[in-house]
Design a protein around this ligand. Structure first.
Ligand SMILES: [Zn+2]
Length: 1301
């Protein structure tokens, strides 16, 4: 093997050391862009990766000159190979620059002369000329491009490149006269690449996942079975890609298309995120397709195969490791024809044995699916046996085996059966997808849903964004029906299928069968593209593929399935064998193809096209090999601006203040992370709800120290099954880090029919496991106390546990049941702890489902989730089919095949029952329902699945998402209030929530539906009964309570939607003037016990509040003065009645918050007037006194509640009781808080009642974590910090605005 480095002169060493030096100092800044160091917060823009200048002092002049010369040559190389400047352009630049330098000599001369004269030296003309020449000589550009020098002409430059850069030259082989192949020696190439130690480092990054998870080829069964590759020693598995490349001769008049066959290779162990760079994929061979057909792969690839044999047998010496490393081809990825040809299978797909994975024939695949288990899979042993038969027989093929695989003769560790994975690009995007699109579009056009012109207009005018723009589909050709395919390239077809629902969905009726074929295919595609799998998601893929086959055959009984349909059925199992198939697809090589097309276009040279292309390619690779860093930086940012932290939204501010003290950070609208673009305006998927992903729109990208933070607007998402897409509506601002994303790939959302829609590109697996996050924590010893353990966990699992929680452990004494961990000695040495959010935690309400739509109306739906899920009765037909199916299952274990309609009926009925319990069931809930279904009807078990119901679970989740959306559309109020969407029948009507107040105060049952079986009329009748009962002197309170409970939904509708006069409303519903009913109504709305909660929390906060009041009273000012007076009177009394204490706390609260409003807190001195003045009073508490009491009356004789000039509740014995009833009434009557007492009531709502406004939870939670206000001292009460915070926030209107946004 020739080592090209050996031919380098000693300067190679100098270069290396200088590169190393630059990498450590200057290089860091100009080379590794966007390495955002804290001490150097300004991220550098992308600099030329090869240009660097050493420090000015202590430089060896000779070295410097050599280095600059090299930099210049590197620039030339880059111009030609990366920037695609033609030879002619390069030469022109050289000539012109030389001319400019030469013409500027008089300038230099003049300047020198002037300087010398300033220093009182008058040089002779000769000295001056010498000086000018000397200056010229130091100009590296001039000296290197002077006539006859290294870089003066294209030819010389090329020679220079090949001498000093790590160029591995391609070798041309003549196959037969006029037919050649160009080969790039692979062993030499591996040596060159491995001189870059970062490649070796990255290769070592790929590790096998835990069992049952598939993330890379290393998790595949075949890799693990390969004795060479799976050994513990370092080995180099290679992926070979064979694909056709079409190039047009730019000079030919006919613009004839030439087809080349290109063979590429790549290190299989290189993680997929590094594979996006063009130079990571290597060229092995180029050959014209006709020549290849004439000579065969065997001859065309023989130099490559020889070297590969050498790699497997002897290995290749890697300088940096000082040892030889062996390697082999792990897989060959090619289209089916090439794969069959290389592997030695028959190359006909029209009849006979068409599958390289099993022994099915083209006929058999029509009637049986792979999942049926009727096809004999090919194994290594069976294949060797078949091959033996062929070789010993008369040359006839055996089960489609025609001859031995081309690679097998050179490679021992490669096997035909394990070496040819399917290619997603050719099978799906250039195979099944365009064919089925043609099939279904044709039928839908026949049904007059739309015309081809309409569709093409949509395709052309669709507002493609970001990445979709690059892969914009072309209009569908007019003759597509005749051709039975829409043609197009793979990328375009994928985009079209994904966006088709947004283009056409509204033209096609729901449940249209042709539409469903395409939408099922879309789902299959999304799952196949997933970069990671576990057993569950593989099972789901299998179910989806079966479903799709079934509907396709139901809808098009005449359609003959393609062999590619059959290959697709093998995919679930092939993922277990090869790892995720998306890592192996040929799609990645389209960029490489583009490089060659570009070169042909630039060079205008068609004479020796193979050699020209390969040489230019090798120069390009040499350029990158010569740069200090082979890979693109982890993060690339192109346009950065600085932002004041104070100008950011509150959430971002809070987030950033945790990370830095700086008041200035950097922001950008675009960042590239490991090759993935994130642009402002794109959507990322974060979090989940009811098992479906949620989305946030990137508003801007913030850079703090080394971290990237996305400032986003949250969006509520609704799954629309008909469109297989999510409808989004904007919510609050929020911040997310990269690690929070469900999927690294951002997506674009589109405005369709006035709605924002997103269609994800792939199945988001992580969403489904996010509900049960398990964190492994290893402790060095038993903590001192449970509190210590909590503190340790808090620290280790930052920031997930930023709330109050307790711990539960699996108690061995009680059969492993969860018990509360109180004594640290109970902590098992090994085991699972469950984190339980404390009830008292203020944010706990908001974190549960209740955030958007709390659970269900009280009356009918307040059922808790059942221990055993009640599987409903399905339609008559389905029940009949299931009954027979179950009998057959008992007898033979055969599972039932359902039609689409039957499955639909089952899913809809199940979803309806689930919704009855919870509109937003958890992952576990849905799993339980699916399990119950399969238990009740064993014939519905999914064959091959471990638990038999995973696919049902996922289908149910999507069904639930869609069910909620549907309910919202059909006017089901629980949901529609939250969607805020116009109804389908009333598109012009205002959004439903425009005329109601939003559920802002944690109304769990804000607007429930009527109870089952009841309607407006029947409820109205009950209302009249209540009216009647209330009038009686001996009221039956139990009866009233029951009737009030039944009529709750009717009352809510009236009060929320009709906005009646309160006077009238109370006349209609007089029971709301009964104290017990005020409490009951409050409970119905918020699910909280009014009195218990209020008094318990008020008393708990009392010491802290007193401390605050006293502190404030020690200051000067009006508020302090009033507080001082109150406290003085209070302190004068010896015994403190609890009611007096509560009265003081409540009254002083309003004063403390500067909200003491005499219009609200009214006193009525009965000795002075017969009646209190309550005209013009929207809301008030009237205290009855007998003498003038000063600022605050501690113990009024009685208190009354006034609403809109009327006494609603009278004769209440204590002030706190009146206060709490008033608070209850505000909910029952849907009243706003009095404007002047907003802070007081917000404090009561949030701090005392624990009712958070779901949509603001983030703000309030974050705010509580802010630093302590400095002027408040509450050290004596440990739980008081949040009280202080609240009051502090309330006192500062600026801060408060964040809460009331
Ligand atoms: Zn097969």
């Amino acid at each position: 093997m020739v080592d090209t480095r050996a031919s380098l002169d000693a300067r190679g060493e100098i270069l290396k050391s200088m590169q190393a030096k630059c990498e450590t100092d200057l290089g860091q800044r100009c080379l590794l862009t966007a390495d955002l160091n804290a001490d150097d917060p300004v991220p550098c823009l992308i600099a030329d990766t090869s240009t660097f200048v050493p420090e000015a002092e202590n430089v060896n002049i000779g070295e410097l000159r050599a280095q600059l010369h090299h930099n210049l040559s590197s620039l030339f190389l880059k111009m030609q190979t990366v920037l695609h400047a033609s030879d002619m352009a390069c030469q022109e630049i050289v000539d012109h620059l030389s001319e400019i330098f030469s013409l500027s000599q008089p300038l230099i001369k003049d300047t020198i002369k002037e300087i010398l004269q300033q220093h009182h030296v008058s040089p002779t003309e000769a000295v001056l000329n010498d000086l000018v020449n000397a200056v010229n000589d130091t100009n590296i550009f001039v000296s290197a491009t002077a006539k006859g020098e290294d870089l003066s002409s294209n030819k010389r430059r090329k020679t220079y490149f090949e001498k000093t850069f790590p160029v591995v030259k391609p070798v041309q082989y003549v196959l037969e006269p006029g037919r050649t192949v160009v080969y790039v020696p692979i062993l030499q190439m591996i040596q060159e690449i491995c001189k870059h130690t970062d490649i070796l480092d990255r290769i070592k990054e790929t590790k096998a996942s835990q069992e049952g998870h598939y993330m890379s080829h290393k998790d595949g069964k075949y890799f693990q079975e390969n004795t060479l590759l799976s050994s513990s020693e370092l080995s180099l598995p290679l992926i070979l890609y064979i694909d056709d490349l079409e190039i047009a001769n730019p000079l030919g008049t006919s613009r004839k298309i030439h087809k080349l066959c290109s063979v590429y290779w790549m290190f299989a162990d290189l993680p997929s995120k590094y594979r996006s760079a063009l130079h990571v994929i290597q060229l092995a061979a180029l050959c014209k397709v006709p020549d290849l057909h004439s000579c065969g792969y065997q001859r065309a690839l023989s130099p490559l195969l020889q070297d590969l044999g050498c790699l497997e047998h002897d290995g290749v010496f890697i300088e940096s490791l000082g040892q030889s490393v062996r390697g082999t081809v792990s897989v060959v990825v090619a289209d089916n024809l090439a794969a069959h040809s290389l592997a030695g299978f028959v190359q006909s797909f029209r009849a006979g044995y068409v599958c390289r994975f099993c022994k099915a024939t083209r006929e058999e695949i029509q009637s049986s699916a792979v999942g049926d288990g009727e096809f004999t899979p090919r194994t290594k042993a069976s294949h060797d046996h078949d091959l033996q038969d062929v070789l010993q027989g008369d040359g006839h093929s055996q089960f489609g085996v025609q001859r031995d695989c081309v690679l097998r003769e050179s490679l021992q560790c490669f096997h035909t059966i394990t070496g040819f994975p399917p290619d997603v690009l050719h099978d799906l995007f250039e195979g099944i997808v365009p064919v089925e699109l043609a099939l279904c579009i044709q039928e839908m056009i026949k049904l007059k849903y739309f015309t081809l012109e309409y569709l093409n207009k949509k395709i052309v005018t669709f507002p493609y964004q970001h990445a979709d723009k690059t892969d914009k589909p072309h209009p569908i050709p007019k003759n597509f029906a005749g051709k039975k395919t829409i043609g197009g390239n793979g990328h375009e077809n994928l985009t079209l299928l994904r966006l088709l629902p947004l283009m056409l969905g509204n033209m096609v009726p729901e449940e249209d069968c042709f539409w469903n074929v395409l939408m099922d295919l879309k789902e299959v595609v999304e799952v196949v593209l997933s970069p990671k799998f576990d057993e569950d998601s593989i099972q789901y893929l299998q179910t989806k593929i079966q479903d799709h086959r079934q509907i396709l055959q139901e809808v098009f009984p005449e359609f003959r399935l393609l062999p590619k349909h059959h290959y697709l059925e093998h995919y679930p199992d092939l993922i277990r064998c090869f790892g995720p198939l998306v890592h192996l697809w040929t799609m990645r090589f389209e960029g490489k193809h583009r490089f060659f097309k570009r070169v042909i276009h630039d060079t205008q040279n068609f004479k020796n096209v193979l050699k020209t292309l390969a040489t230019r390619h090798q120069h390009m690779v040499a350029y990158f090999l010569n740069t200090p860093s082979f890979f693109k930086p982890h993060q690339q940012i192109t346009d950065v601006s600085s932002v004041l932290v104070s100008s950011l939204p509150e959430v971002a501010k809070v987030h950033i203040e945790q990370k830095t003290n700086s008041n200035m950070i950097y922001s950008t609208s675009r960042i590239i992370i490991d090759g993935t673009n994130f642009d402002a305006g794109m959507f990322v998927s974060v979090g989940q709800e009811g098992g479906l992903p949620q989305f946030s729109k990137i508003e801007s990208i913030l850079l703090v120290n080394n971290d990237v933070t996305f400032l986003c607007r949250e969006h509520k998402s609704w799954y629309i099954e008909h469109l297989r897409s999510y409808e989004l509506s904007p919510g609050n601002m929020t911040v997310h880090s990269l690690s929070e994303l469900n999927d690294i790939l951002p997506l674009c959302a589109y405005r369709v029919e006035g709605k924002t829609m997103a269609a994800p590109q792939k199945f988001m697996l992580r969403v489904y496991i996010a509900t049960d996050i398990a964190v492994k924590v290893t402790l060095t010893g038993r903590p001192e106390s449970v509190d210590d353990l909590i503190a340790i966990l808090r620290e280790k699992v930052k920031p997930r546990l930023d709330f109050e929680f307790t711990l539960q452990y699996e108690d061995a004494d009680f059969n492993g049941q969860l018990s509360c961990l109180i004594d640290i000695q109970e902590l098992p040495e090994k085991g699972t702890l469950k984190v339980v959010r404390s009830e008292s935690d203020a944010s706990s309400l908001a974190s549960s489902d209740t955030e958007i739509l709390p659970h269900v109306p009280v009356s009918e739906c307040r059922k808790t989730w059942p221990d055993i899920f009640p599987v409903p009765t399905f339609s008559y037909e389905v029940e009949h089919v299931l009954e027979e199916g179950n009998i057959a299952y008992d007898r033979s274990g055969k599972t039932l095949k359902l039609s689409r309609a039957q499955k639909h009926n089952i899913l809809e009925s199940m979803a309806s029952v689930i919704h009855g319990f919870k509109p937003y069931p958890s992952d576990r809930d849905v799993g339980m329902a699916a399990e119950a279904l399969v238990k009740a009807h064993p014939c519905l078990k999914e064959p091959g699945s471990e638990n038999g119901w995973y696919g049902w679970k996922i289908s149910l989740k999507f069904k639930m998402g869609n069910y909620r959306t549907k309910l919202a559309r059909s006017g089901c109020l629980v949901v529609s209030v939250n969607t805020g969407k116009r109804s389908k029948n009333n598109p012009d009507k205002d959004p439903p929530h425009s005329n109601i107040k939003r559920a802002r105060r944690a109304e769990v049952n804000f607007l429930p539906n009527f109870p089952k079986g009841q309607n407006q009329a029947s409820l109205e009748e009950m209302r009249l009964n209540i009216l009647h009962e209330v009038e009686k002197s001996e009221k039956n309170l139990l009866l009233i309570d029951n009737l009030m409970q039944m009529t709750f939904s009717l009352r809510r509708q009236e009060i929320v939607q009709e906005n009646p006069l309160l006077k009238d409303f109370l006349v209609k519903w007089p029971a709301l003037q009964i104290e017990s009913q005020v409490c009951a109504e409050f409970h119905r709305i918020t699910n909280t016990n009014l009195r218990n909660q209020f008094y318990a929390e008020l008393d708990r906060h009392t010491p802290q509040l007193f401390a605050l009041y006293r502190q404030k009273a020690s200051h000067t000012g009006k508020v302090s003065e009033v507080l001082r007076d109150i406290l003085r009177i209070y302190d004068r009394e010896d015994m403190h009645d609890i009611n007096i204490k509560r009265t003081v706390v409540l009254r002083a609260l309003a004063i403390y918050l500067r909200e003491d409003d005499p219009q609200f807190f009214k006193t009525w001195n009965v000795e002075e007037s017969d009646e209190p003045d309550i005209t013009g009073t929207p809301l008030a508490l009237v205290m009855e006194v007998t003498e003038n009491t000063g600022p605050v009356c501690f113990s009024p004789a009685k208190t009354a509640v006034v609403v809109e000039d009327e006494f609603v509740l009278s004769d209440i014995p204590t002030f706190p009781e009146a206060f709490v009833l008033l608070f209850g009434l505000m909910y029952a009557l849907h009243l706003d808080y009095p404007r002047k007492l907003i802070h007081t009531f917000t404090f009561i709502q949030k701090m005392l009642m624990g009712l958070d406004d779901g949509n603001e939870s983030r703000n309030s939670q974050k705010i509580e974590m802010e630093a302590e206000p400095a002027d408040v001292d509450g050290s004596d009460v440990n739980y008081g910090a949040s009280t202080q915070k609240w009051l502090h926030i309330l006192l500062k209107p600026k801060r408060a605005s964040a809460i009331y946004m």
